[in-house]
Design a protein around this ligand. Sequence first.
Ligand SMILES: [Zn+2]
Length: 242
Amino acid sequence: MIRPLAAVTTAAIAGWVGPTLLRGRVLRVAVCPGLAGLGRPGHLALTFDDGPDPDGTPAVLEALERLGVTATFFMLGAQVQRYPHVAAAVVAAGHEAAVHGFTHRNHLVRGPVDVCRDVTRAASVVAAATGTRPDWFRPPYGVLTSASLVAARCAGLRPVLWTAWGRDWQDRSPAQVAAVVRSQLTPGGTVLLHDSDCTTPVAGSWRATVAALPLLVELADQLGCQLGPLREHLQRVEGSGR
Ligand SMILES: [Zn+2]
């Protein structure tokens, strides 16, 4: 028999940890396709995390301009505070600003109030620097807890993870980055890359990312898909008025 207190505690823990089970890519694509970033079949969403970065972000923007592709940038509030002009340049170039939190800390080790403050603060910093209201939220490490979900809702953001990543925070060649994406990507998917090395010990990891971008455009062509930002891929938060 489960005692009432134990039952409540178990339910609380299940509620807290449950959504993190969706961290498994295959499971979340099957269970929550929208949350995983599965959108229009003829489209692929291109997303970058951990910026803005004074070196990586301009290099990514330049490559995207050459390729004629726009993307969504999940920004860290702390990085936006340090480099507001870089955050502004992302939106000025026609890309979409989104929220990755203020600090890059796992939500599992933070309390719900702390998580809520972090996400709300990040959304406000991103909005102030870019002059646009962000629509999307992706938690650090893709660890989505119940607190992350509540925080996103409070900040008017829709959580989105990814269906394919390039593991570009590791020491990889551009061909390796593209190969990892290719092994996971299907039409309608969302690609996760990084325009900053601020969360990895691999200095300049974004160089491989930049060099992999033409390969990813080729991959999108082979899949018969157009690459673009999340705003062209998924429905936005209901009631956002946009
Ligand atoms: Zn990150």
